[in-house]
Structure formats: structure tokens, C-alpha cells
Design a binder for this molecule. Sequence first.
Ligand code: AHM
Ligand code: MG
Length: 335
Amino acid sequence: MTSPISLTRYLVEQQRIQSHIPADLRLLLEVVARACKSISRAVNKGALGDVLGTAQSENVQGEIQKKLDIIANEVLIEANEWGGHLAAMASEEMEGIYVVPNRYPQGEYLLLFDPLDGSSNVDVNVSIGTIFSVLKKPDASAGVSESDFLQPGNRQVAAGYCVYGPQTTLVLTVGDGVSMFTLDREQGSFVLTQERVKIPADTKEFAINMSNMRHWADPVKRYVDECLAGSTGVRGKDFNMRWVASMVADVHRILTRGGIFLYPWDKREPGKPGKLRLMYEANPMSWLIEQAGGAATDGRQRILDIEPTQLHQRVSVVLGSRNEVERVTGYHAGL
Ligand code: AHM
Ligand code: MG
């Protein structure tokens, strides 16, 4: 019988045997995973832990924060600031970057996160998650600034998420495929439960918030209309629809059984490229999807090639099974 492989062992092997990651990055990922365990505990307590409901504050995007948004943000900052592997952090819930305080050594990595994605689902006990992305400081000079974070997603050195659902699952890439780890609560450790995750190129399942249909641009409307027409339409097959309203849960389903996820630009706020954030949501998820053989675009170009100009930049997102994403991207190009 082979013994289960813990996240720690997996990362040591990635470092030592495969030479995929340096020691500092391994430590960083271990600390992020530890923080996710803590967040998972808080999420699990629910009403017993006085963690449900809204806080009396708004984040930089003008969204009302949930208590758990703030708790998760603090857990991630406190866990990561002292280890010596990071120069700074950026979060969906903080206006500016968080530079590692002088009392701790500064490392060469930059950590970005959405501490609790899908937090509108917290109070109704539906899956939510933490999304993270790791970049390297572009140069070895002392000090760190916001502009150091403005690197395209193709420069990420690690990315992942932890979904807090019926199981707590950590999903990770360091550029060598996608691996999944399930939290063993008795042991208190993440255990490798799937390696080399692969998304089928074709699918019969799409995910989009249909209530926005009247606001969509024509290529998106055309794609969804064709899915809805089912076996009697041009696609010649029936489609199923799912929308959890937690990107982590929707992406996790797509990594597990395929599908396409769209959060497109729409006419409600024409000046805004989309709802989701490039640096905390779209980039890490796009890299995971590509590493599993899928594709991710903003409807026109590969998300990972977008040169960011702002930390909290928004973007349209089309990701998942390759052939479907290419179809939607083709419709935007007028094909
Ligand atoms: P959040 O980071 O503030 O939770 O917002 C992001 C979430 C995604 O997880 C999800 O895909 C989307 O917002 C749902 O949006 P909507 O409520 O418009 O369907
Ligand atoms: Mg989010």
C-alpha cells in the first residue's frame, strides 16, 4: 500500500527532485496552505463563530465587506508577513500593497490574493474560496512598489485556490500541471488526491449569470443563444447550465468535469471591462485552466498576456474547455 502524499512532501519533491521550485517558494506555498486551513476553520464555524454577516466597511471597489472577507485577509497577512520569503502582498480587500514590515526580513516574492472569493455565498452556506497568485519581484533592488506587481499572468511562478465546500480542497500549479489536495481534518494536513488534472476540450455545460443577458455584447449573446437552442440548433447538442456565483466553485467544477465559464463585459457599466479582477482572480485561474489543457481569454486575447496597468484592474473572463473558449473568442473576432 502506498502512503498518502502530503502537500509538504509534494512540495519538497517539486523542489528537490524536479527542481521546479526554489526553497523559498516552497515555504511560501506551505504558509499559504496553512492560512487556508485557518480560513477553512473559520468558515466551518459559521454562526457558532460569530463570523457571518457584513462588517461595517467597504473595500476599495466600493463593495460591502463581509466579516469573513476581513478575517480571511488578516489571516493571510499575519501568516505570510514574517517568514522572510515575501517582499509585499496585494489583496482584493486592500487599497494599496502591504509591504512586509521592516522588523522582518524581505524576500523576493510578491503574493496576491482574493482572500474570500464568492463571499455573497458565505451566509447561505454555499462554497467559497481563497484565490492566490505568486510573482517574483522584477529586480533584486531594495524596496518594493505597486508597479512591481504590474506583471502579466504569464510571469506567475505559482497560482492556486482553496475551495471551502463539502470538502476543503487546495488546487495548485507551479507550472508543471495542476494538482489537487484534500484537507484531512483528522491529520490537519492537505493530502494529494489528484495529479495531472485535465479538462476535456469539449463540453456540454456552460456557466454564466443569465440575468445579465439583455446587457451582453452580441458575440456572447450569440454563443449562449446557440447553447440554449440545444439539439435543434446549430450546435446539434443539448447543453446544461450551472452558476454558483463563486468563481472558485465554478472553476473547480470545470477542472473536475469540463465546462466553460463566462463573466463578460456588459452594458450595465460600459466603461468597466468586466466584473472580475485580473490580478487576483483571472490570472491565477487562467494559469490553472491552461495548465490543465484548457484556455482562457477576455474574448479577444489570452488573459495571461494582458499587461496590467492597475492593481485592481478588471477584465472580461472566458475560460474552460478549449474548443468552447476558442469558439467564443472566434465570435468576438467576427468569425
Ligand atoms: P467577490 O470576489 O466580491 O466575491 O466577487 C467575485 C464573484 C465571483 O466569485 C463570481 O463568479 C461572481 O462574483 C458572481 O457575480 P454575480 O453575483 O454578478 O453573478
Ligand atoms: Mg473574488
